[in-house]
Design a binder for this molecule. Structure first.
Ligand code: ATP
Length: 189
């Protein structure tokens, strides 16, 4: 599951857990982006903070791991590179890429879009406020899945922090504490 994870929240974790159960996945690898290709005009929190928050959020689940491939490659992240690196590290694995309804709608605009489908199957999950459409995508490589609706976004979590509103229960407790310790999101617009 790729994402900016700025910060990781319970919407991400529920999506990962639901897809893992439905498809019998051995492992869900969370892959925080380097510079996200669609967010280059935004202030994105330094990768090490996003990485550590993702580690904290996933630590209690034995099937959840976090990969540094996109962070360590550096520069703008393209999912095709993510999948190439994950495949190289796990040559025998069958890969599934988990996306929310908003992200899957953009896939055909991603770099080397057709190659993506040869490297992984895609699982598109429902997300409140977004219509889930996989029109134009290869039906044999893309699955859709309804999951419990959590109207949580990282954008909203950041806005709440800025406004001094609570983020408890939207993100894991350890992530609330990490944000407070490092005073993330306080000065951002
Ligand atoms: P931002 O608000 O900063 O754009 P975000 O909340 O969309 O962030 P990302 O890290 O960009 O979080 O998302 C990573 C992946 O998780 C994407 O595929 C996205 O669609 C999916 N996702 C995020 N939040 C939810 C949610 N509440 N329900 C289902 N899927 C989600």
């Amino acid at each position: 599951m790729g994402g900016t994870f700025d910060p990781v929240h319970h919407g991400h974790l529920v999506a990962a857990s639901e897809v893992a159960a439905r498809f019998g996945l051995d492992e869900v690898v969370f892959v925080p982006t380097g510079t996200p290709s669609f967010k280059q005009d935004q202030d994105v929190t330094p990768a090490e903070h996003r990485y550590l928050m993702t580690v904290i959020a996933t630590a209690s689940n034995p099937r959840f791991t976090v990969s540094r491939v996109d962070i360590d490659r550096g520069g703008v992240t393209f999912t095709v590179d993510t999948l190439r690196d994950l495949k190289a590290a796990r040559p025998d694995a069958e890969l599934f890429f988990i996306t929310g309804a908003d992200a899957v709608a953009q896939i055909l605009t991603w770099k080397d879009a057709q190659e993506l489908f040869s490297m992984a199957q895609f699982v598109a999950v429902t997300r409140p406020g977004h219509t889930l459409s996989v029109e134009g995508l290869p039906v044999d490589r893309v699955h859709v899945m309804e999951i419990p609706a959590l109207a949580i976004s990282s954008t909203d979590v950041r806005a709440r922090e800025r406004a001094g509103q609570p983020v408890w229960y939207l993100v894991p407790d350890g992530v609330v504490q990490y944000i407070a310790k490092h005073q993330l999101y306080r000065g951002l617009s």
